[in-house]
Design a binder for this molecule. Structure first.
Ligand SMILES: *Cc1c(COP(=O)(O)O)cnc(C)c1O
Length: 398
């Protein structure tokens, strides 16, 4: 069969991740081609004019569309079960494009209080300048969201599982509240990816991705995406992107395509490895707490098991002795990477209180449960014998 006759409804996720989206050219290439071109040529003046007309399809300029980028967009849309996808220069570019397409001055946003730090900065420092109001709620219970609704609420924004403490939000319940009031629900699906959780099937209107993380999976590129309906994402979000320009480059799209091909395999392997490490950490005397939704000790384990097919690769754990113990742990490791990135085949280790969450106040950190002894590990795909040995080196330095 030809890939351009590929019917998404017929195939399973692992197959779509490898094959969806490629429109084979007249060259008969097997691999997806990269189109490093800024613009596209027309056969005549009339064709050029027609291509520029409102609502016309066909390539004009790579800020608008590019065949390699489109291949990535169609593949991710198929995986998330959305009708449209718009690829962006970064995950934050995706959040910005969503908000610029949806919000106007006087609108109100309800945002989970456990989201990626730059998202709160984007709302608090920039969107408030243009008269958009934002409230933050603990995301777990749908009732928290209902209580925050105002007549001018346009958007619910959440991330589940959250970073770094794996707080789980009930997507189905929150979607029901959103739709009762005509509010758009956007879910950042960065930690699970569609391999483990499909928010649109659970009722979300929009899925946000930082492709930088698991979609690439090998720490190479920065990128993002917005997935949703043809009406909203295909027209409004795309309309903002083509005008304002936070577009994905064709080279990056090609790398993300290669990343998606192993997504299902990687996410299952990351989840299995993280489960083993989480259980191992729970048994270590110097570890005072482990937060991983796969553990029975996680307060929302049952909810996570209902809406996710596995629990992903990110674990937060607390060592006794506060910041100095956490830093000694980090400095005693030899293999894991001390870096803020996550979702990589390489295991990464972070001290949230002094890095990713350093810019919020100590009181806010306390409120969010980001203690001085908390460490976040993104479990990679190295051999678990080596990983446990490295973490044991960290523990013995405390
Ligand atoms: C990294 C991240 C983002 C932002 O993505 P960038 O690609 O870094 O712009 C958004 N949400 C979550 C959950 C993230 O981890």
């Amino acid at each position: 069969m030809t890939d351009d006759a590929f019917n998404h409804d017929e195939f399973q996720l692992a197959t779509l991740a490898i094959r969806a989206g490629h429109q084979r050219t007249h060259e008969g290439e097997h691999g997806e081609p990269i189109f490093p071109t800024s613009s596209f040529v027309f056969n005549s003046a009339a064709e050029a004019a027609a291509r520029f007309a409102e609502g016309a399809t066909g390539n004009v300029y790579s800020r608008f569309t590019n065949p390699t980028v489109r291949c990535f967009e169609e593949r991710l849309a198929a995986l998330e079960g959305g009708a449209s996808c718009v690829a962006t220069a970064s995950g934050m570019g995706a959040v910005l494009s969503l908000c610029m397409a949806l919000l106007k001055s006087g609108d109100h946003v309800v945002c989970s209080d456990s989201v990626f730090g730059s998202i709160t900065t984007l709302f608090n420092r920039y969107f408030t300048k243009f008269g958009v109001e934002v409230s933050y709620v603990p995301p777990q219970q749908p009732e928290n969201w209902r209580k925050a609704v105002r007549p001018n609420t346009r958007l619910f924004f959440l991330e589940t599982p959250s970073n770094p403490l794996s707080v789980i939000a009930d997507i189905r319940g929150i979607a029901a509240v959103a739709h009762e009031y005509g509010i758009v629900l956007a879910v950042d699906n960065c930690f699970c990816t569609p391999a483990l959780q499909r928010p649109i099937e659970l009722g979300a209107d929009v899925v946000i991705h930082s492709a930088t993380k698991y979609l690439d999976g090998q720490g190479r590129m920065v990128g993002g995406a917005v997935v949703g309906s043809k009406e909203f994402v295909g027209k409004d979000v795309f309309g903002f992107l083509r005008t304002a320009g936070p577009s994905m480059s064709p080279f990056n799209a090609w790398v993300f395509l290669k990343g998606l091909e192993t997504l299902d395999l990687r996410m299952r392997a990351h989840s299995a490895a993280a489960m083993e490490i989480a259980q191992w950490l729970e048994q270590q005397p110097k570890v005072t707490g482990v937060r991983y939704a796969g553990l029975k000790s996680h307060p929302q384990h049952a909810l996570a098991a209902r809406q996710q097919s596995a629990f992903g690769g990110i674990i937060a754990f607390e060592v006794s002795g506060g910041k100095s113990a956490a830093w000694r742990f980090i400095d005693a490791t030899r293999m894991v990477s001390i870096t803020a990135n996550l979702g990589d085949v390489k295991t990464t280790l972070t001290h949230p209180a002094t890095t990713t969450h350093a810019r919020i106040s100590a009181a806010e950190r306390q409120q969010a449960g980001i203690t001085e002894g908390l460490l976040r590990i993104s479990v990679g795909l190295e051999d678990l014998v080596d990983l446990k040995a490295d973490l044991a080196r960290g523990l013995s330095a405390i």
